[in-house]
Design a protein around this ligand. Structure first.
Ligand SMILES: *Cc1c(COP(=O)(O)O)cnc(C)c1O
Length: 509
């Protein structure tokens, strides 16, 4: 017996491949008309493949209102972002070395910007307002005479907030500054007409669009082509902006995916708005729930919520029947909470307790109902464990010494570490008699690793005295419970709670 597959609610990470896309790709890989190199103009196979690639190019262009020759195929949005940011900055370095972007961009934009800093560029990163929007007036204020590029994403991947690209683009156009937008989360989700928007470059990826991973495109406005230089060299394909043999099956997948999305866009948008409302209404009943991006225009397929008094990774682990994502530290190798939610002004605890639910073409109302039930159950359960229901430092009646004066009486010792504003909190309560731990209890919140270690340590406290109270070191606990080394820092809170117990140890009578 295996557990049933979880319900997939992580469409913002990647979407399922549409069966029609998979079929077209599979035919391309197995049938003779998929054979050939699009650059081989001397024979039928090459010409046939080139023609199919041009059809896919036209399908991608139609989805965003571009001309086919404005589409440059890449390996995905990461490469498209790199090409636009590095390529436009370097090509225009003689005109100026200042770039404006935002703190909520995807790493595929932020990391190339860091690279450019090393090359002598100055970068201004704007912060969003509390609803997650970048104010176009802030962009205007940040522009300098030496600004050559502005890069602001169209839809944020964590919150789903739609930026006012038309206003930002108009400012850039008026000042002669190039404008790039990462539209990985927008294309196929909201109507887009690049010719109506003052955009120069726009990044697209197939795998957020029911297409395959590993293929995408950069829209390059015809007039902006001369302001972009390649980041890879050799072969001359894609007008030398992105050389390399074109991956026919991947590109055909992107083409079919674009076509399907364009045809279904209006209907799907309305349907997903209904699902989002159903999900939010269901979750909001819990109370003390915050909608991240509230008050802003959002794509309908992403709902990002923070729960007071709940740690995000415990929640994600608890709702095992759902495949969802959290921006919190335990999830990623970096030890920081969601930088996007922090940028929105959420405090650490709320940023830690966020859940991103994202859904799309294959999500049904019953999936949403199942998600609501699971989240309500887990949040309710975790809030019982949370210090929000028992504030740290609050008077604790059991901590009073019982039956004073009786020599053999046990004394309660309480030790505590972490707490509000931090991702971990641990309270140990030991019953101490004749200088030894008679029994031990704990209360804690934190990621599952922390909780497992607290439980493990608590079980091993019996019979221990003040000196040598800790059963081993955090390194040894991590090893015993196979905690990943980058999470080791969290276990220090358990050690601190033990030290706090030792500080409160009763004087021998
Ligand atoms: C997914 C995503 C990317 C990266 O796209 P890949 O095709 O996986 O490289 C970049 N930007 C945003 C906003 C995304 O959501």
């Amino acid at each position: 017996m295996t557990a049933p597959e979880p319900v997939y609610l992580d469409y913002a990470a990647t979407t399922p491949v549409d069966p029609a896309v998979a079929e077209a790709m599979s035919r391309c890989l197995t049938e003779p008309d998929g054979l050939g190199n699009a650059s081989s103009a001397t024979h039928l196979f090459g010409r046939r493949v080139a023609e199919r690639i041009e059809r896919a190019r036209a399908e991608v262009a139609a989805l965003i209102g571009a001309a086919p020759e404005e589409i440059v195929f890449t390996s995905g949005a990461t490469e498209s972002d790199n090409l636009a940011v590095l390529g436009a900055a370097r090509a225009n370095a003689q005109r100026g070395r200042h770039i404006v972007s935002s703190r909520i961009e995807h790493k595929a934009v932020l990391d190339p910007l860091k690279r450019l800093e090393k090359e002598g560029f100055a970068i201004t990163l704007l912060a969003p307002d509390r609803s997650g929007r970048i104010d176009p007036q802030a962009v205007a204020a940040a522009l300098r005479p030496d600004t050559v590029l502005v890069s602001i994403m169209l839809v944020n991947n964590e919150t789903g907030v739609i930026q006012d690209i038309a206003a930002v683009g108009a400012l850039c156009r008026a000042r002669g500054v190039l404008f790039h937008s990462d539209a990985a989360q927008a294309v196929g989700k909201i109507p887009l007409d690049v010719h109506a928007l003052p955009l120069d470059f726009m990044s697209i990826t197939a795998h957020k669009l029911y297409g395959p991973k590993g293929v995408g495109a950069l829209y390059v406005r015809d007039e902006a082509r001369g302001y972009l230089q390649p980041i890879v060299f050799g072969g001359g394909q894609e007008r030398a902006l992105r050389p390399g043999t074109l991956p026919t099956h991947q590109i055909i997948g992107l083409g079919v995916a674009s076509d399907l999305s364009r045809r279904g866009l209006a209907r799907e948008h309305a349907r997903l708005c209904g699902l989002r409302e159903r999900l939010w209404q269901g979750i909001a009943k819990l109370g003390a729930v915050h909608l991240n991006g509230e008050g802003a225009h959002c794509v309908p397929g992403i709902l990002n919520v923070s729960f007071e008094g709940v740690e995000g990774e415990s929640l994600v682990t608890g709702v095992s029947e759902l495949a969802v994502s959290t921006g919190s530290a335990c999830n990623s190798a970096s030890a920081e909470p969601s930088y996007v939610l922090r940028a929105l002004g959420r405090d650490t605890q709320l940023a830690q307790s966020s859940l991103r639910l994202s859904f799309g073409r294959f999500t049904l109302p019953e999936h949403i109902d199942l998600a609501v039930d699971a989240i309500r159950r887990e949040v309710t359960r975790l809030r019982v464990l949370s210090p929000a229901s028992e504030p740290p430092g609050a008077p604790d009646e059991a901590a009073e010494s019982p039956v004073a004066g009786t020599p053999a009486a046990a004394t309660w010792v309480v030790g505590e570490a972490g707490g509000p504003g931090q991702e971990v909190w641990v309270r140990l309560r030991l019953s101490v008699q004749d200088g030894r731990v008679k029994s031990a209890l704990f209360k804690a919140y934190g990621c599952p690793h922390t909780l497992a270690v607290v439980a493990w340590v608590t079980e091993r406290l019996r019979g221990r005295g003040r000196a040598g109270l800790a059963p081993g070191t955090p390194e040894q606990w991590a090893e015993a419970l196979t905690v990943p080394v980058e999470k080791l820092g969290r276990l220090l809170v358990v050690e601190d709670a033990l030290a706090d117990c030792a500080r409160h140890w009763p004087e021998p009578r």
